[in-house]
Design a protein around this ligand. Structure first.
Ligand code: AMP
Ligand code: MG
Length: 307
């Protein structure tokens, strides 16, 4: 039968209350379940957590396909919608990453994600005929943009979008903007493994641990300051059936879970939206093509763990 495992964090922020010499330097830490994952905020500033949670809630209400009233849910239902400039921007960005990744990153996998049961957590291996049928609605060229009116339209009914591979990165960018507007210069935000280290931690870099995709150990440690990290891995959400492992990141060309040989791709940059989209794309593309893609983003680093 199905064995399901879901890890909330690929990356763990190593942050507690630290004592420096005789001086007590306190970090305020809070966590909440939101955006389908565990969100953790750590900062010397008491106000940081509320600012971040509020902004993430706003973005989630706009972009989540799990919220019936979100613009994305309405667009998925109606097939054509005049959307906010923000939703328009992120949909256009998604199409840009689809082009750049040669179709590996594709938000129109939504129907396939549903079919495999990753949306309602009722996992199943679909029939080949079902996958073939769902693939007809996949392909980001099927999204048409009217720039003057902010109207987004799908060229066929049945096309749907899922921003699960890019929304967390965008939400992080939005939260950071809010923190900076409020003059908060030190904060660590972890949205289920999508992390940003704003400033430093009492003069020292924030420490991030990369968790082993196949256990509870840490395989690497990063020391970061004003940088973001995104990881896509086959251990985040998957099920096992008849000894085969099926993960939530799908290859839009085949309709099956990606099997590029990569089990975890970590991207480090200060553009969180890009980090999120790129880590998903690299996971689908594999090591060689993934490294080619990263070359188009100077200053971006990648850590790949393969089988
Ligand atoms: P991430 O953890 O950022 O790699 O995002 C994975 C999520 O994005 C999945 O749970 C799906 O909702 C969605 N997704 C799956 N495969 C793809 C893909 N090839 N391109 C874009 N989104 C995808
Ligand atoms: Mg992603």
């Amino acid at each position: 039968m199905y064995k399901v495992k879901s890890f909330a964090f690929a990356l763990c922020a190593l942050s507690l209350t630290f004592l420096f010499g005789c001086q007590d330097k306190t970090l305020h830490k809070d966590s909440r379940l939101m955006m389908g994952t565990f969100v953790e905020v750590t900062s010397p500033d008491k106000l940081a957590k509320n600012i971040v949670f509020q902004e993430l809630t706003r973005v989630e209400n706009l972009l989540s396909k799990y919220k019936p009233g979100s613009e994305i849910s309405r667009l998925n239902r109606l097939g054509k919608l005049a959307v906010s400039p923000e939703t328009f921007y992120i949909l256009k960005k998604s199409q840009e990453f689809w082009k750049l990744s040669d179709g590996a990153f594709d938000i129109t996998v939504s129907g396939l994600v549903d079919l495999w049961g990753f949306t309602d957590k009722k996992y199943k291996v679909p029939e080949e005929s079902e996958i073939k049928a769902a693939l007809k609605f996949v392909g980001s060229q099927k999204i048409i943009f009217n720039d003057e009116k902010n109207v987004v339209e799908f060229i066929a009914s049945g096309v749907k979008v899922d921003l699960g591979a890019i929304a967390k990165g965008y939400a992080l960018d939005c939260a950071l903007k809010k923190l900076k507007e409020n003059n908060i210069t030190s904060c660590l935000i972890n949205i289920g493994g999508q992390i940003y280290c704003l400033g430093d931690r009492f003069g020292k870099p924030w420490k991030i641990a990369i968790q082993s995709p196949r256990g509870k150990d840490f395989v690497d440690f990063l020391e970061l300051k004003d940088a973001g990290v995104a990881t896509s891995g086959d251990y985040e959400q998957y099920f096992v059936k008849d000894n085969a492992r099926y993960s939530h990141i799908l290859n839009p060309k085949t309709g099956y879970p990606a099997n590029s040989g990569i089990i975890s791709a970590t991207v480090i940059t200060n553009n969180n939206l890009a980090a999120d989209a790129l880590s998903t794309a690299i996971f689908v593309l594999g090591k060689e093509k993934g490294m080619e893609l990263i070359k188009k983003f100077p200053g971006t680093k990648v850590k790949i763990i393969d089988e």
